[in-house]
Design a protein around this ligand. Structure first.
Ligand SMILES: [Zn+2]
Length: 70
């Protein structure tokens, strides 16, 4: 089994790592019922927004345009 060190209650649940191997480097305290400190909460929220925007801003039409220009 992998050593999954879960964050303590009242600790930010910001996780780093991939493939099921996560660490919780953030030691900021959070209130009960809150997953992330304000810093990481913003990061989570922004990255989700960016991912959505990136998907929308790479349309197939962009490739076609470049082909015409070249
Ligand atoms: Zn945090």
């Amino acid at each position: 089994m992998t050593e999954l060190r879960l964050p303590r209650a009242g600790q930010c649940k910001w996780a780093e790592g991939t493939g099921g191997n996560y660490t919780f480097p953030c030691r900021n305290r959070v209130e009960a019922g809150i997953s992330y400190c304000s810093e990481h909460h913003a990061l989570v929220y922004i990255s989700a927004e960016e991912r959505r925007r990136n998907r929308e801003s790479t349309p197939v039409a962009f490739k076609a345009q470049r082909r015409i220009a070249a």
